[in-house]
Design a protein around this ligand. Structure first.
Ligand SMILES: [Zn+2]
Length: 507
């Protein structure tokens, strides 16, 4: 523990956060310093921490899988209304007709035993570490409830946006395979030659534009439902209407190369054409056979398509591994290759960073390239069993690699963004200034277009146009107003500053 002159102290977490603390040290008597003192006073009282972080503005959630964000209670409700059944052998939702071994899910609304059994199978609520790994229970949930969200794309967005508003988030990037399986089917039909240029031409001729159109049609339909669900544009508009929602097209890394490539191509074309889609991501367990076997090939695909469509932003899950899941050689290169060959400007998880070859060089490289790591603490604990002193978050902070907290799958994990902040505070004793920096970075590294409010990465001094006057003022100076009008990203950052100022003024 280390004390500074004006009474603000910083825990130095084993590895030493001295330089970070110095960089983020607030002015004595400032609003930030008052919040810092309050946070220090409640540090060991989780209920008060929850209340504190519930109120704190949190910027954006950059790592959020739409289907994993919905709580199982909602899925049960939707599946019951659709007349679906549950196959008792593995608690998977199946289509009617129902029978004795696969009764109607609506029975669960009257039979609490069945209701609980489904909740357990469809979320981490039922995880028994003695019987099954968190990893296996977690990843098994998705197939079990997938039927339940078949016709609820827009409803899911509405729920997640409404929850985000209550969590005082202002921005979401939701991951979804927006075309369903159109691209992957097309890819399977097209076959595979291994020549990326030739395969791109073949997929274009085979009609990959249909996958792009299918994704846009799904977005159009979803948007209507989500706006209607929340009453957006009416006097009864719910707070979720105020959350800016964008999408990442997610590619399934467990599929054969021809399907993965067709999905990548769809994602790149879609992100170029439709402003609602701001980038792509690569999902499914990183330790699966195909994911490991094809890892390098998938990075080569990204390299090729990145050079073809350089404006499309890429975020990649990488390093969501531990020493039990894979052989040592699979721990050595995923993060580095995702950045250097896959052109990821954000890394999801990055938990195994210290097992990479030359980890310290890689950390410095991430800082130099301004690559942000999406930190998903609840998820890392339940899937990988990694938390506290085994988690690399303090190392990223020490090396000034930008980080932001994210939920990953808040429904399956039965969590939310507030709990990520509580966890960060409980496990790492972070200062308010550090948490605020992470919040700012969650918007700074959003794939939303436009210039930043800040003059340089990790600097957090406004650009010249917005340097005069109060940061986040309701009525910015004319030059700043013009700057904000031209940049969706800077507008959100400005709004976050206003909310932070109001939040800090309470203390
Ligand atoms: Zn994820």
């Amino acid at each position: 523990m280390r004390y500074f002159r004006h009474g603000v102290y910083w825990f130095v977490v084993g590895l030493g956060l001295t330089s970070l603390a110095a960089a983020a040290r607030p002015r004595a008597g400032s609003a930030t310093a008052r919040v810092e003192r309050y946070l220090r006073s409640i540090r060991n009282q989780p209920p008060l921490l929850s209340a504190f972080f519930r109120r704190m503005p949190k910027g954006g959630d950059l790592h959020n899988h739409l289907t994993g964000a919905i709580y199982a209670e909602t899925y049960i409700h939707w599946a019951a209304a659709a007349g679906d059944c549950v196959r008792l052998a593995d608690m998977t939702a199946v289509r009617p007709p129902c029978g004795p071994m696969d009764p109607p899910i609506r029975n669960a609304l009257r039979q609490s035993g069945l209701y609980t059994a489904i909740l357990h199978a469809w979320s981490m609520l039922g995880w028994n570490p003695a019987r099954e790994s968190g990893h296996d229970h977690f990843f098994a949930t998705f197939d079990k409830y997938s039927l339940a969200h078949a016709h609820h794309f827009g409803d899911m967005i509405a729920q997640v946006a409404q929850r985000a508003a209550r969590e005082r988030l202002e921005y979401l990037e939701l991951m979804d395979t927006l075309d369903g399986s159109v691209a992957s089917h097309l890819g399977m039909q097209a076959g595979w030659t291994g020549n990326l240029a030739q395969m791109r031409r073949r997929l274009m001729r085979a009609g990959i534009s249909h996958a792009v159109a299918a994704a846009q049609a799904r977005l159009n339909r979803g948007e209507v439902v989500w706006q209607r669900d929340l009453g957006c544009g009416t006097p009864q508009a719910r707070p979720g209407c105020g959350v800016t929602v964008r999408f990442l097209y997610q590619v399934i890394r467990a599929l054969p190369p021809q399907a993965v490539y067709a999905q990548f191509l769809t994602g790149f074309l879609l992100a170029r054409r439709d402003a609602r889609v701001v980038g792509i991501n690569l999902v499914a367990p990183e330790d699966g056979y195909v994911a490991l076997h094809d890892f390098h090939l998938q990075m080569q695909m990204l390299d090729y398509l990145h050079h073809r469509y350089p404006q499309v932003k890429i975020a990649l899950h990488a390093g969501e591994l531990n020493t039990r899941l894979v052989r040592p050689r699979n721990l050595r290169f995923h993060i580095r290759q995702s950045i250097e060959l896959g052109h990821a400007s954000r890394i999801g998880h990055g938990v195994d960073i210290m097992h990479e070859s030359h980890p310290f060089q890689l950390l410095r490289e991430m800082r130099r390239r301004n690559v942000l790591v999406e930190i998903c603490l609840t998820s890392n604990w339940s899937i990988l069993g990694i938390a506290g002193r085994n988690h690399p978050l303090p190392i990223y902070l020490r090396y000034h690699v930008p980080v932001a907290l994210a939920t990953d799958d808040e429904g399956v994990s039965r969590s939310d963004m507030t709990r990520q902040y509580v966890r960060a505070e409980r496990e790492f004793q972070l200062s308010y200034a550090t948490l605020k920096q992470m919040t700012r970075d969650s918007l700074e590294h959003a794939f939303l277009p436009g210039a930043s409010l800040w003059r340089a990465p990790e600097d957090f001094h406004p650009v010249a146009a917005c340097a005069a006057g109060v940061l986040g003022a309701r009525h910015p100076a004319p030059a700043c107003a013009r700057y904000l009008a031209a940049s969706p990203k800077a507008r959100l950052e400005w709004k976050l500053e206003r909310r932070l100022r109001r939040f800090e003024a309470r203390f």
